[in-house]
Design a protein around this ligand. Sequence first.
Ligand SMILES: *[C@@H]1O[C@H](CO)[C@@H](O)[C@H](O)[C@H]1NC(C)=O
Ligand SMILES: *[C@@H]1O[C@H](CO)[C@@H](O)[C@H](O)[C@H]1NC(C)=O
Ligand SMILES: *[C@@H]1O[C@H](CO)[C@@H](O)[C@H](O)[C@H]1NC(C)=O
Length: 443
Amino acid sequence: MEAEQCNSNSEKPTRACKAHPLFSIATTFFFILATYTLLNVLPHRHNIDPSTAVATTNSITCDSSATTVKVYMYDLPLRFTYGIIAVRNAEHGDIITPENLTSLSYPGHQHMGEWFLFQDMNRSQSNRVGSPATRVNNPDEADLFYVPFFSSLSQLASTRSDAGYSAKEEEEALVEWLEKQEYWGRNGGRDHVFTAADPKALLHVMDKVKNSVLLVVGFGRLRGDQGSLVKDVVVPYPHRLSAFHGDLGVQNRLTLLFFMGARFRKEEGKIRDVLFQVLENEEDVIIKEGVQSTESRREASNGMHTSKFCLNPAGDTSTSCRLFDSIVSLCVPVIVSDTIDLPFEDTIDYRTMAIFVDSDAAVKPGYLISLLREIHPDRILQYQKQMLEVRNYFEYGMANGAVDEIWRQVSKKLALIKVMSNRDKRLIKDLGSSCMCTNQTTL
Ligand SMILES: *[C@@H]1O[C@H](CO)[C@@H](O)[C@H](O)[C@H]1NC(C)=O
Ligand SMILES: *[C@@H]1O[C@H](CO)[C@@H](O)[C@H](O)[C@H]1NC(C)=O
Ligand SMILES: *[C@@H]1O[C@H](CO)[C@@H](O)[C@H](O)[C@H]1NC(C)=O
């Protein structure tokens, strides 16, 4: 397992390997150019062979095979992948035959990260150069096993469909299938990776898959012994609105604070109605109810591109894709969600680009608005520059974007997986795990 050596000894090597392939090509190109220039300028005493010179630059750039984690993607029965797309699309009246099943494209929704991960692994290895995860076809060579079940789409299909589709049945069938796989049992599933972005995804079988690395948007519905920052990875929502590519600064952002979305939500989200009440009469604030439609999305996108701050209150859960829409819109997020989980916090310090407001304070009349009015345009510019710097981490479709970062984060779990697997195997009695935190609030 070379991957472990590179990843666990220090943080730096993985970063160093992160150079975009284009960057390496460019570096090599300039090296060749420089070499030829030198050859022409210098008296021809030392005959420098440009091919050896290029070889030297290549050895400086990181050998990607030595530093990437080896991932085996299960070839799941189609009912767990494209079959779910078919169920979903059938609701819209599409005719689907076995022949065109695998040409179906995944329907857009806020938890579609699972599709991008699947597509990334499905590309040929020559198109995956630079990825922190190398796909292997032989499971014996794998460090990790990726189960590409579309758990969020399955959840969605079961809530909307009257076609008799049941997420519970699919999840149980998946576990039944996994239990027949040799590699599933070997380490109690600890070296397996699942996406579980929708808060209800995999919930019916959570106790069977809880040892595995779960890719979640937050830990809201998981018990402390099912999900944790130690074992799992918090992933971003794919943003649903278009990114802002205009000038930085506030000159074209006349609205102080923007929010569009549901006013009434359960649990922590009850705060939304109170925020509507304290904010809706402020003249430079736009706070309105939105519905799910293309027109609404256009309006929300326009609002986020022309506002200084974007309100991000808790909803049914503490997180939402709105945060990532705000970031790609360079609209400074104002987060009123006291228990929010955020992705990639080892790399990103969110306080440099977002404002966190205690929800008890935020509902006091006048408090939020005067806090925001006092923030100087130069400070807003700094927040925007920070967002610009990190927003590629939230782009699922791009090289060095969210998918690569997720695999980089997952690869950091390898050492822990090994500890846990070896420990499990030698323990004579399991008196509950001492090395895994079972109380989430103490994490
Ligand atoms: C699948 O194939 C059938 C029969 O050829 C066709 O009618 C249908 O439109 C196709 N569906 C999709 C989603 O391409
Ligand atoms: C990608 O998926 C398609 C459809 O399942 C399959 O035919 C193809 O072989 C896959 N490609 C790779 C590189 O895995
Ligand atoms: C978790 O820890 C906190 C703080 O120590 C404690 O108040 C809480 O009761 C614990 N919860 C459980 C379920 O043990």
